[in-house]
Design a protein around this ligand. Structure first.
Ligand code: GRF
Length: 209
């Protein structure tokens, strides 16, 4: 059984996609041990509670300094003894101590085809605003391992999504969520649960069944 901790900050639609896939039996070897939110008001916490999943908020400003915050966050995650940390709409930078301890065991969903429209300042709607401003015809989403950088870790899965002439950032975000994010995040977790994902020289190799 692959035990996962899901880190969230907002609406939790990617978390919901994972919950739905598990309930539909599409992720038979995966269980969500805990949902941890950087925002106590995140609807993602409600989604977890509605499905009987432990939901914890962990807010940086509640800690006197970033080192204590980082130490306490790692201790919190360690308590659940998970195999994988999933960043699903998570807006915090994961502290270095967590990234080091969980090397190649933290994945993130980003709403663009990395290396486009990613890195510092590219999150949520801003990603889609940038894609529309640049006039790209294809965008999409990426699942990648988290390393010390921002959106720079080894890429696991990507899925393209067409940009429509009349798209707004909101309509484009929705399509990227529906057609890409909510599919490739569960798929990446399934592949990891089947032991089919390896990182070799910073590149991801996905083996057949
Ligand atoms: C989504 O655009 C996702 O790609 C990004 O955060 C946004 C909200 O995600 N990482 P969610 O609805 O909270 O899962």
């Amino acid at each position: 059984m692959l035990k996962i901790a899901v880190l969230v900050s907002g609406g939790g639609t990617n978390l919901q996609a994972l919950i739905d896939h598990i309930q539909q039996g599409k992720l038979p070897d995966v269980s969500i041990s805990v949902v941890i939110s950087s925002n106590p008001k995140a609807y993602a916490l409600e989604r977890a509670k509605l499905h009987g999943i432990e939901a914890v908020s962990f807010v940086k400003k509640d800690y006197p300094d970033k080192d204590i915050y980082a130490k306490e966050l790692l201790a919190l995650i360690d308590r659940y003894q998970v195999d994988l940390i999933v960043l699903a709409g998570c807006l915090i930078i994961i502290p270095e101590n967590v990234v080091k301890k969980y090397k190649n065991r933290i994945i993130n969903i980003h709403p663009s085809l990395i290396p486009a429209f990613c890195g510092d300042g590219y999150y949520g709607l801003r990603v889609h605003e940038a894609a529309l401003s640049r006039g790209v015809k294809i965008t999409g989403a990426t699942v990648h391992f988290v390393d010390e950088g921002t959106d720079t870790g080894p890429i696991i899965l990507q899925h393209p999504v067409p940009v429509m002439e009349d798209d707004t950032p909101e309509t484009l975000q929705r399509r990227v969520m529906e057609e890409a994010e909510w599919k490739i995040l569960p798929e990446a977790i399934r592949l990891i649960s089947e032991g089919r994902v390896k990182v070799e020289d910073s590149l991801v190799k996905i083996s057949d069944r």
